[in-house]
Design a protein around this ligand. Structure first.
Ligand code: SF4
Ligand code: SF4
Length: 352
């Protein structure tokens, strides 16, 4: 039986929920090397809810400092625009200060590991991940156009440094296969504890959307499948509809069935939660749905676009070029990977 904690919290009092999480899911931290990985998709203001809020990170680091580990490392490998700008990304997001001297650029040193799953044989992951005795993951409660939610399993995609993430997006080709890929990456080093920032979540066309939702919750668990299934139920999605949960269950990483999960707290569906455009709630025809997402193409909002060319530079398929001052996609090359939407600093890009 898995357990998932759902505590009511704000950013001012989230330390209480963190204490509760460590009480329910004890981790033997004393004398150990601990890695804490927030979700740092890109540099953004904490109020945009794109990254794990610094208040939660600070509460976790302060808790860990009391538990006398040998070392705490706070790090992540942000998305494409942040290659080589890891520290700036953390700085902009308020996470350097929250890390209380424990921030480290984990993208500079990596080890090769066997991935499996038929994608590529070897990938590099940050050495700080492979060397950690204890791995604590701090996901953000958000939607995601490719995987419906970005929770515990998807947060581990960030253990891969540099441009490999975008290259693997390209190799996966379809959202169906991408859902399988994130499980294979997750398996490389399963975190020991997850604490989710669901105080302010994101709905609509995540993972970079202007549709924010005050949820006032902190969730925690020591099993990612049960945790992501609980997030799915909160937003009104049947967990069996999520391909990555199905694959994770097949690989023995946990169970998403309600009778296998004890919820500590109250699991209440969030009324009228907005899912990514076109997402099915019930799991019916989910494969067709994911395949249909592979036919989505980027569309720019000319009123918001500043022609900065970030999307053009970061597109893993070189599918974008600037025409008359606006990015235009070559549909024959586009992989519907959502990287351009994720990286656009003006939120000018959507996939339709
Ligand atoms: S145009 Fe956008 S969605 Fe298409 S491959 Fe490039 S980054 Fe991905
Ligand atoms: S869509 Fe966004 S990232 Fe692309 S050029 Fe316009 S502002 Fe820059």
């Amino acid at each position: 039986m898995h357990r998932v904690m759902i505590d009511t919290a704000t950013y001012d009092n989230c330390r209480e929920a963190v204490d509760h999480a460590f009480e329910l899911f004890p981790v033997a931290v004393r004398g150990k090397r601990v890695l804490v990985k927030p979700n740092v998709l890109r540099g953004s203001d904490p109020d945009e809810a794109i990254v794990t809020h610094p208040a939660l990170l600070k509460a976790v680091v302060e808790k860990l400092l009391e538990l006398a580990p040998a070392e705490i490392i706070v790090g992540d490998n942000p998305g494409a625009t942040a290659y080589g700008a890891n520290e700036k990304t953390f700085q902009r997001s308020g996470l350097i200060e929250a890390a209380k001297g424990c921030y480290r650029n984990i993208g500079t040193d990596s080890v090769e590991v066997n991935l499996g799953g038929g994608f590529v044989d070897w990938v590099s992951i940050s050495r700080a991940v492979s060397d950690a005795d204890i791995f604590i993951s701090l996901p953000k409660f958000k939607t995601h156009g490719l995987t419906t939610i970005t929770g515990a399993i998807k947060n581990s995609y960030g253990i891969i440094p540099g441009a490999q993430k975008a290259i693997l997006h390209g190799i996966a080709e379809t959202p169906w296969r991408f859902s399988e890929l994130i499980v294979h990456v997750f398996r490389l080093r399963v975190p020991d504890l997850f604490i989710v920032d669901a105080v302010v979540g994101m709905e609509g066309n995540g993972p970079v959307s202007t549709d924010l939702r005050r949820i006032n919750k902190i969730l925690a668990a020591d099993n990612a499948v049960a945790l992501d299934a609980t997030i799915a139920r909160m937003i009104g999605v049947e967990p069996s509809a999520l391909r990555f949960l199905e694959v994770a269950k097949e690989h023995g990483l946990g169970d998403y069935e309600a009778e296998s999960i004890e919820v500590v707290g109250a699991l209440r569906p969030i009324p009228a939660f907005k899912l990514p455009a076109g997402t099915a709630h019930d799991g019916g025809h989910i494969r067709e749905f994911l395949e249909s997402r592979a036919r989505m193409r980027p569309q720019v909002d000319p009123a918001l676009c500043t022609a900065c060319e970030t999307c053009v530079e970061q597109c893993p398929a070189s599918a974008l070029s600037l025409r008359d001052g606006l990015p235009v996609a070559d549909h024959s090359k586009c992989l519907a990977c959502f990287c351009c939407q994720e990286m656009c600093p003006e939120k000018a890009m959507t996939l339709r």
